[in-house]
Structures are given as C-alpha cells and as structure tokens.
Design a protein around this ligand. Sequence first.
Ligand SMILES: Nc1ncnc2c1ncn2[C@@H]1O[C@H](COP(=O)(O)OP(=O)(O)O)[C@@H](O)[C@H]1O
Ligand SMILES: [Mg+2]
Length: 349
Amino acid sequence: MVEEGVVRQALRTVLHPKLGKSLIDIGMISDISIQGEAVTVTLALKSYRSPLRSFLTSQIEKVVTALPGVASVQVEIAIMSREESERLFPHAPLKGVEKVSRFLAVASGKGGVGKTTVAVNVALALARQGCKVGLLDADVYGPSVPMMLGITEALDQVKGMIEPQEKYGLRIVSLGMTAGQNDAFIWRGPLVSKMLHNLLDQVQWGELDYLVIDLPPGTGDPSIAIAQALPNCLILMVTTPQDVALADVRRSIGLFHKTGQKIIGLVENMSYFLTSPSAEPIEIFGHGGGEKLSRETGIPLLGRIPLDLELRKGGDNGVPLMVSAPESSAAAVFQKIGKQILDINAAAL
Ligand SMILES: Nc1ncnc2c1ncn2[C@@H]1O[C@H](COP(=O)(O)OP(=O)(O)O)[C@@H](O)[C@H]1O
Ligand SMILES: [Mg+2]
C-alpha cells in the first residue's frame, strides 16, 4: 500500500498553470485517501466549471498512477469557500465602482414580474431622498432600462472609461445603450461574467451612495457573476402575489443565501387594483403571497405595489411613474420602499 506522504510528494510536481506553484503548496489538494491500492485525491476548485478541471485531473491521475502500489486513482472535486478562493486569486479591485458606497441588486425568480419597473422607480425614490444613485441594467438577455427611461443615445467613452448617461438625476448604463436596442443578446456563461465585470470595472460610475442593479431573472450566470464580483451587494427580491409558491422564487432566494448575499427585502408587485382612489382594492392575483413568503423566510416585505395604468404607461413611454406622478399613491409605495432601504442600511452601519 502506498503511503500518503509519497502521494503528497508526487503531487508536488503538479503545478497550477497560471500561478506556477504546486497544487499541494497552494492548498488546492484538500484531501488524499488511500484504500488498499485505490487512491482518492480531492481537488479544490473555484467552481465545478473551472476551465482547469480536466487538465489538473489528468495531471493528478498521471503522477499518482505512476507510483508503485497504486492500481487506481480517482479525482474528486471540492469547491473552495469564498475565503479560500479570495486568498488564492485575489480580485483586482473593480476600478469603476471604487467610490460606490452600496450596491443594491433587484432580482426575481422569473421574468415579467416587474423587476425593471421596481429597479427604475426605487432608484428614483432613493434619488428623491437625496442619494446619488446609479442604475446598471445587468439584464443581459433583455435590457429594458433604456426604453423605460427614454434613452436612445449610445454611451460615450472618455479616456478609456465608459461614461454613464445622466437622466432624471440617475447615472445609467445598459447594454441596450451599446448596441441596437432590438438586438437579441445570446451570451454564454463565461462571456456574461466578463461583460458584467467590465460594466463595473470600466464604467466611470463616480461617487454614488447607491448603485442599483437590474439583474436578469432567475439564478443563471449573470446573477452568480454579480454575487461573486460584489460580495456585499444587497438584494431586493420582486415577486407577484401568485408566484410566491413557485419554486423559482425560492431557488432565487436560495442562490443568494448560498453566495452570502443579504436579501434586505421583498417587494410584491401587481398586488391589487384600485378602480378609484377610495375604492376597495381588488386582488386580481390573490392575497397574502408576499406576507406568507416573508413569514416563511424572515425577509421583510417592504411594500406592495398596485397594478397601475400610469406605471405601465411610464414603462412604455420613457417617463417613469416616479417622474410623471411622484405624488400618486403608487409612487408613495416606492417612496416608502426607498425610505426603508435607507433605514435598513442606517441600522446596519
Ligand atoms: N405594478 C404594475 N402595474 C402595471 N404594469 C406593470 C406593473 N409592474 C410592471 N408592469 C408592466 O409589466 C411589464 C413587465 O414589467 P418589467 O418591469 O419589464 O418586468 P421584468 O423586468 O420583471 O421583466 C412592463 O410592461 C411594465 O410596464
Ligand atoms: Mg426587466
């Protein structure tokens, strides 16, 4: 039977191709177990999809199989904790967001629940409370911020950095401002991460109290990329009354818990309809979903937004409700949500 020390010694010859150091020395071999002539080596990687996975696996197999007393080698993959991966591969600081105090990403389980509507109007509500606010449209699959804010011009570059566009007091960047707005984006995982990284690194966001990020729906690569790039990003989760029972909302909440992000609140959109300001609310999509989810998850419900014709029109004509009708009752809900976000942050300081 081969000794563990011998296996360890052999593995010293396997180097990380970028770092040029042995996997043993940098702690990427998290376990070696030997049973008779079978050796199992556990390789710790940043993610299951690491491009190094197959290369390192075959290198490990090669050197360990060559040892006397070894009949078989199995390489198992373990995922590094964020601390381990930060230690090994420290992130270069993201230049563009150096002066941003807080990140607030707006997420949802699925599309069409009003995520962008909430992101835009909450960003405006925070601005009305006196904050300097940026808005990053990270919905790579359907960037709709330019349409909702009536922006038709492309972005400018100054000294190699992208300049956000100013509208309604917000600093705004969207991929819909870089290409034809009707282009369909079909981005694959690694490209998405790279591009989102660039939107944080190469955009001159300047001094901001909040950068509000409109995420694509669900738990795909973009949400994971933002979570990894911005570990302190706060999450606001948008649901509708009828979809709180759905698995995708829970999956989405689960993802952010797993990546260590704090979900600061739920927003229930399309909660009710008022036929007149004093009328009894009609709960078209059912009642109590947001409250139930909040009770179950312990995440506070920050507001219930009515189905509102002005809100829908605002989304289509480029003048959001918080600009066209800031005194309306639907706008008051956004104001209340903005206020609570500020209070939660103040309490956390
Ligand atoms: N509370 C609401 N009342 C009326 N229309 C709404 C409301 N919330 C969203 N909408 C409309 O529903 C559509 C989808 O909203 P959007 O914010 O684009 O969703 P998502 O970003 O989640 O895909 C848009 O036309 C928007 O104007
Ligand atoms: Mg959207």
